[in-house]
Design a protein around this ligand. Structure first.
Ligand SMILES: C[S@@+](CC[C@H](N)C(=O)[O-])C[C@H]1O[C@@H](n2cnc3c(N)ncnc32)[C@H](O)[C@@H]1O
Ligand code: SF4
Ligand code: SF4
Length: 345
């Protein structure tokens, strides 16, 4: 097929989203759009492979005809290339549950009552099982669990067991780590998954300030057990994440405490991110501050310096730091052009 403009989400991604919606993507990068819809109400029952991919093809076909749906206008994910014409999903984001047992100060999910009330429970397990049995996926498909808190879904382990049996190797689990799962540990041992836990601290008091629940000890124990489950197949499967929340946990002392904890737990891969609410509220300020001298008030420069500090200190402990989300934006902003961004897979 000749080249045309489309994006990898439109072609082969699927998001089981909040409020029973199924989307092509979860990108919020467009002011008035993004996240085009495949099903506006999905109950996980009575769908067929033909129906599913026909619905996915509605937008795919528009791009084949040189048209762009209003949701995708000017999206920087669009690429002109020779896209294949096959029906399969290479990335499934599972985020159809909004409940959580944490109350992180930065998280929009935990405060959005409208989303919670309008997300009706359905049998996600049976829907995914049907998809697996009917060849929706390819061996390389990424299964990415988010939410809400995925471990609260009563059939979370059952979905993972399906994945285990079929031998899929690219599972990503975003969890707060309050609940430990033997099935997650089994997948880690088998090199089939990576687990990302945003702990954002390394002591009980700071944890409570950010997470607004008193569960630091449980999370530390979960990280220890997942880390102990790592094998040579994937020695970096357990990833500890630190979301910098300016004014709360963005000090060198707190970062050192966190890195020491990671080292003690045998974690060799960490992720640094920034609360995206800070950049949303302070975009203009960040642009101004990037060219201003370092000072305690210059949060942009301070965050930028913390990136280097974290990477250097992590390296001393045999730990690789990946930069995610808006902390990467800070790096790009200050440097003008970014030379490298290691993402530890
Ligand atoms: C909404 S959570 C759901 C999964 C799970 N409950 C967890 O906390 O990992 C998905 C991811 O978004 C991240 N996240 C939530 N709010 C954020 C924010 N304001 N800035 C950056 N990342 C955020 C979380 O750390 C998590 O990795
Ligand atoms: S073009 Fe952009 S908004 Fe549209 S599906 Fe792709 S990533 Fe999402
Ligand atoms: S644990 Fe995850 S879903 Fe729950 S409030 Fe925190 S970031 Fe949000």
């Amino acid at each position: 097929m000749a080249g045309f403009k489309s994006c990898k989400c439109i072609e082969h991604e699927v998001v089981l989203d909040f409020m029973n919606v199924v989307r092509h993507c979860s990108n919020h990068n467009l002011e008035f759009g993004g996240r085009p819809v495949i099903y506006d109400y999905f109950d996980g029952k009575n769908f067929t492979k033909e129906e599913f991919f026909n619905k996915k093809r509605v937008h795919r076909q528009m791009f084949r005809e040189g048209k762009c749906p209003s949701t995708c206008q000017n999206c920087f994910h669009l690429r002109e290339m020779e896209w294949d014409d096959d029906d399969y999903i290479d990335f499934l984001l599972l985020t159809p549950w909004a409940e959580c047992n944490s109350k992180c100060i930065y998280c929009p999910v935990c405060t959005d009552e409208y989303v919670k009330q309008n997300t009706k429970k359905y049998d996600v397990y049976s829907a995914v099982k049907y998809m697996m049995e009917n060849d929706f996926f390819i061996p390389e498909t990424v299964f990415d669990f988010a939410g809400g808190e995925p471990t609260l879904y009563e059939k979370f382990d059952d979905i993972l067991e399906l994945i285990f049996e079929k031998g899929y190797k690219n599972v990503v689990i975003h969890t707060n780590g309050i609940n430990y799962s033997d099935t997650v540990a089994k997948l880690i041992k088998n090199g089939q998954c990576k687990v990302l836990i945003s702990v954002d601290s390394a002591n009980r008091e700071l944890y409570k300030k950010i997470k607004r629940v008193d569960k630091f000890d449980d999370v530390r124990e979960t990280m220890r057990r997942y880390s102990a489950a790592q094998t040579a197949i994937r020695p970096n499967a357990m990833k500890s994440k630190y979301i910098l929340v300016p004014g709360i946990n963005d000090t060198e002392e707190f970062i050192l405490e966190w890195l020491d904890m990671c080292q003690e737990l045998g974690i060799i891969s960490v992720i640094l991110n920034l609360d995206f609410n800070w950049i949303v509220k302070n975009t203009d300020l960040a642009y101004k501050q990037k060219d201003m001298p370092r000072s305690p008030e210059n949060t942009t420069r301070h965050l930028y310096d913390l990136i280097d500090f974290t990477k250097t200190e992590a390296e001393k402990r045999g730990i690789i730091t990946s930069l995610y989300g808006e902390i990467f934006t800070i790096k790009t902003l200050v440097e003008g052009e970014v030379t490298e961004n290691i993402i530890d897979p």
